[in-house]
Every structure is written in C-alpha cells, then in structure tokens.
Write a protein that binds this ligand. Structure first.
Ligand code: INI
Length: 154
C-alpha cells in the first residue's frame, strides 16, 4: 500500500494569487492571510505573484491565464461575494466556483477556492481573520499541499 501524506513544504514553489477588488475591506485581509500562509510554509516572496481583478466574476479568467502560463505550481483564487448586496449573488458565486474548478481540471494546475460567499459583511470578516480564522491562509496551505501531491502523482 502507498499512502501520500499531506506535504505543506512550500520551498521552491511558485504561486499566483488572483484576488478581487470588490469588497476590498475583506479581500485585503484574505490576501494578507494567503501571503503569510505561503511565507510561513517556505514559499519565497519572489515566487509569489499577486494579480488583482475587478470582482469575483473576473477571477476565473485570471486563474486560467496564470495556470496556462506554465509559470506557477499553484493558483489561489480570492474574492468575497455578499448576498445582501446584489441580486446577482447566485450567478457571481456559482460562476466563480465553476470557473475556478474548470481551470484546475482543464490545465492540471491546482487552483484553490478562497472565494467567500456570505450573507452579511460580518460573516465575511469572521472568515477573513476573525472568529472563523482566515480562509486566505487555509487556501495557501491547500495550494501547497495540492502542488506537492501533483508532483508525487505525476
Ligand atoms: N463582485 C464580488 O466579488 N462580490 C460581490 O459581492 C459583487 N456584487 O455584490 O455585485 C461583485 N460584483 C462585481 C462582479 O464580480 C463583476 O466584477 C462585475 O459584474 C463586472 O463583470
């Protein structure tokens, strides 16, 4: 039997973080969490690229461009969709999730999902360094582990 345990060693990995400006009061905190999660696990600052996009709806396209570039071992997608603010909530949230998954499946590059979908701004802040932790930081660990797993399974 072969078992591959989660490997969170980020040394030498190159990571692109795609982050949405919409709801910047939350996404900036997610970005800080993602950057510290990467750095704490050994990813060099020079190996981190941050790509800003207008909103979560634009996140999938940028994840696709970065994944197809061949320059990154993993991509982290960050955004925040708050239900109270838009009738388009369902469309934006579902298209962001579907597009991110499609990028990962089509390119083989791990793309991890750090797009918050919340009812209220308070719920979003709770997940961006508040009472529920920082989903950006969790996404960073997931990105490293998936990049390592891909190397092991290749
Ligand atoms: N984008 C978000 O990331 N979160 C939101 O809550 C949001 N709301 O509420 O509308 C939002 N809209 C912008 C959207 O992602 C696109 O940038 C825009 O539709 C242009 O394509």
């Amino acid at each position: 039997m072969t078992e591959i345990a989660p490997d969170s060693n980020g040394e030498g990995l190159r990571v692109c973080i795609v982050v949405a400006e919409w709801n910047a009061f939350v996404t900036h905190k997610l970005l800080e969490g993602a950057k510290s999660g990467l750095r704490e696990n050994g990813v060099q600052s020079d190996d981190i690229t941050i790509a800003w996009v207008p909103g979560s709806f634009e996140v999938p396209a940028a994840t696709r461009w970065s994944a197809e570039s061949g320059r990154f071992d993993a991509v982290i997608a960050l955004g925040t969709v708050i239900k109270g603010e838009t009738d388009h909530y369902e469309h934006i949230a579902s298209q962001a999730a579907a597009g991110i998954m499609e990028t990962s499946q089509a390119t083989g590059v791990p793309v991890v999902f750090g797009v918050l979908t919340c009812e209220t701004p308070e719920q979003a802040l709770d997940r961006a360094g508040g009472t529920q932790g920082n989903k950006g930081e969790e996404a960073a660990t997931a990105a490293i582990q998936m990049a390592r797993l891909r190397q092991r399974l290749a």
